[in-house]
Design a protein around this ligand. Sequence first.
Ligand SMILES: N[C@@H](CCC(=O)N[C@@H](CS)C(=O)NCC(=O)O)C(=O)O
Length: 109
Amino acid sequence: MRILPFSVGAVARRIKWGNEMATVEIYTTMFCGFCYRAKRLLTEKGVEFVEYDLDEQPAKRTEMLDRAAGRRTVPQIFINGAHIGGSDDLAALEAEGGLDPLLAAAAPG
Ligand SMILES: N[C@@H](CCC(=O)N[C@@H](CS)C(=O)NCC(=O)O)C(=O)O
C-alpha cells in the first residue's frame, strides 16, 4: 500500500540532483561483481539508471560493443550518452570529483 503519492527515494533524488537528471545507462550481466559494484555506487548516490541485462537482452551486446568502442567487459556505463567505461572508471571518476558534475547535467533534448 502506498500512502504518499511519491516515494521518499524520489524526493531525496530531487533534492540531491534537481528536477533534471542525467540519463545513466549501464550494460550488465547477472553474475558480475563489477556490475554490482557500479550499481551500488550509483544507488548510494541516489542516481536512477537504465539497466540493460545482456543475459536477458543478448542483442544489446552488439550495441554495447559499438557504443563502447569494442570494450567487451561488463559493466559499460554511459552518462547522457557519453561513454564512461567500466566500474573502475566510474569509481575513479567519483574519487577525482568528476562524477557529480556529469550527473548534475540534464539529459539533452
Ligand atoms: N576493470 C573492469 C573489469 C570488468 C570485468 O572484468 N567484468 C567481467 C564480469 S564481472 C567481465 O566482463 N568478464 C568477461 C571478460 O573479461 O571478457 C571494470 O571495472 O569494469
